[in-house]
Design a protein around this ligand. Structure first.
Ligand code: PEP
Length: 249
């Protein structure tokens, strides 16, 4: 399975940051990594980011509405992101679940909207620190898969992003053993529901991935790539992560 290295710029970036995307694209053209490379900038930058990417890397959105259009002030549909040039959309990021009250059902509806528009989805799941300390991390993630991952996930290319909330933007990551344990658990959940097709879904690890830990994290069995926040904002850091993709992934 081809790994996916995805950058989530969150609410960072205006025009002056576009050269970072151009620099990543130029590097990818030279090194031709054996992975899909994606940057998800703010939606205001998508069209210009596609130009900067020059066909070398994919550009995606960070969220979408579940409806196609309508009286939903401030929302952007998957169809609109597609028209702007997005190939992917992240849905269910923990910051949307936490700060915008997105439930599993809402995330599932958004994932379906992504597929309705003909785009690929990264559906995010992950436990809080309190849930992990209480010994509930596996159950929480299984419940999130059951509630927010619809049947279309097995179409070629889609991904689950496992992002423990306590690892996002903190510099703390689970141990490699913990990452491996959770990723095999997620794989088991996917296979239990979708049989052998569940093996085709990429499971990304996200949470403080950086150039120093990327090689070890990407080598963990069942880690099919990374979802990278802070370290995707600078081309040099993101390229360094791309360079750590192990041959066997
Ligand atoms: C993220 O927000 O998806 C993320 C993984 O952030 P960071 O890499 O900064 O922890």
């Amino acid at each position: 399975m081809r790994p996916l290295i995805a950058g989530n710029w969150k609410m960072h970036g205006t025009g002056p940051q576009l050269p970072e995307i151009a620099a990543i694209a130029a590097r990818v053209r030279v090194t031709a990594p054996t992975a899909d490379i994606l940057i998800c900038p703010p939606s205001t930058l998508i069209t210009r980011a596609v130009q900067a990417a020059a066909g070398q890397i994919a550009i995606g959105g960070q969220n979408c509405a579940s409806e196609v259009s309508g009286a939903f002030t401030g929302d952007v549909s998957a169809e609109m992101l597609k028209e702007a040039g997005a190939a992917w959309v992240i849905v269910g990021h923990s910051e949307r679940r936490q700060h915008h009250g997105e439930t599993d059902a809402m995330v599932g509806a958004k994932a379906k909207a992504v597929w309705r528009a003909g785009l690929l989805a990264i559906i995010c799941i992950g436990e809080t620190d309190a849930q992990r300390r209480a010994g509930n991390a596996l159950t929480v993630c299984a419940d999130q898969i059951a509630g927010s991952v619809p049947d279309g996930i097995t179409a070629v290319g889609n991904a689950i992003g496992y992002e423990p909330l306590w690892a996002i933007g903190t510099g703390h990551t689970p141990s490699l053993e913990e990452i491996g344990h959770m990723h095999s658990h997620i794989r088991q959940c996917l296979v239990a529901r979708w049989g052998s097709q569940g093996r085709e879904v990429r499971i990304l690890y996200g949470g403080s991935v950086n150039p120093t830990n990327a090689r070890a994290v990407l080598a963990v069995p069942e880690v099919g790539g990374a979802l990278v926040g802070g370290a995707s904002l600078k081309a040099t850091d993101f390229e360094a992560i791309i360079n750590k993709i192990p041959a066997h992934v």
